[in-house]
Design a protein around this ligand. Structure first.
Ligand code: TMP
Length: 213
């Protein structure tokens, strides 16, 4: 049986990457075959695009320029990593996918969602994850605790860390609008400490263990 394609989404600083690593360790302990990957990136070409995409030298970029960069990375990632792993029966846990493009380039930068869908059809054939865990918390809280802030303090901020709070508020609203009424999404309240978030993540993935048993 093919594996499930499971994406982890949310604002920078939402804790999604930490919880993805923890979930992967939890699955590994129980012998559930899976693969951990991320976007933009996940392949040598994709990681090169990621560095380019996040390079602070470009400042604020046009949303369509951003969109074309992330979809180039995404197509390579699907062809080279995601689809082969799913075919082998591994569950793929992916840090960000097209919902991030809709939230950041669509709601954040104002690229029409219809344009994003058009490019998505070309680049991925309209590939939709089987399940999406959305790590939600207020934008101000995400920025306050997020890696963005600590990276800025270290002088290692990436290009999107420089965006103002209202950009992140639009991105959060976008994620929540996409999740509303769509059973693919599991909204995880990540406003509390990791101990409060982790059980929600395990609940959203618990059926993966049952299927292996
Ligand atoms: P990360 O730090 O979660 O790996 O994400 C890198 C940044 O890239 C983050 O600020 C969100 C942004 N991004 C987009 O703007 N569009 C996309 O399609 C993806 C995948 C990420």
């Amino acid at each position: 049986m093919p594996g499930l394609f499971i994406t982890f989404e949310g604002l920078d600083g939402s804790g999604k990457s930490t919880h993805l690593r923890r979930a992967a360790a939890w699955l590994a302990e129980r012998g559930v075959p899976h693969l951990v990957t991320h976007e933009p990136g996940g392949t040598p070409l994709g990681d090169a695009v990621r560095s380019l995409f996040l390079d602070p030298r470009w400042g604020t970029l046009d949303g369509v320029v951003e969109l074309l960069l992330v979809f180039a990375s995404r197509r390579q990632h699907l062809l080279q990593v995601v689809e082969p792993a799913l075919r082998e029966g591994k569950h793929v846990l992916c840090d960000r996918f097209t919902d991030s493009t809709r939230a950041y380039q669509g709601y954040g930068r104002g690229v029409p969602l219809a344009v994003i869908d058009q490019v998505d059809r070309l680049a991925t054939g309209g590939r939709i994850p089987d399940r999406t865990l959305l790590f939600d918390l207020p934008a101000a809280a995400a920025r306050g605790r997020g890696h963005s802030l600590s990276r800025q303090e270290r002088g290692a901020a990436d290009r999107l860390d420089a965006e103002a709070l209202d950009f992140y508020e639009r991105v959060r609203r976008g994620f929540l609008e996409m999740a509303a009424g769509d059973p693919r999404f599991h909204v995880i309240d990540s406003s509390g400490p990791p101990q409060a978030t982790e059980p929600q993540v395990r609940r959203a993935l618990s059926d993966l263990l049952e299927k292996e048993a």
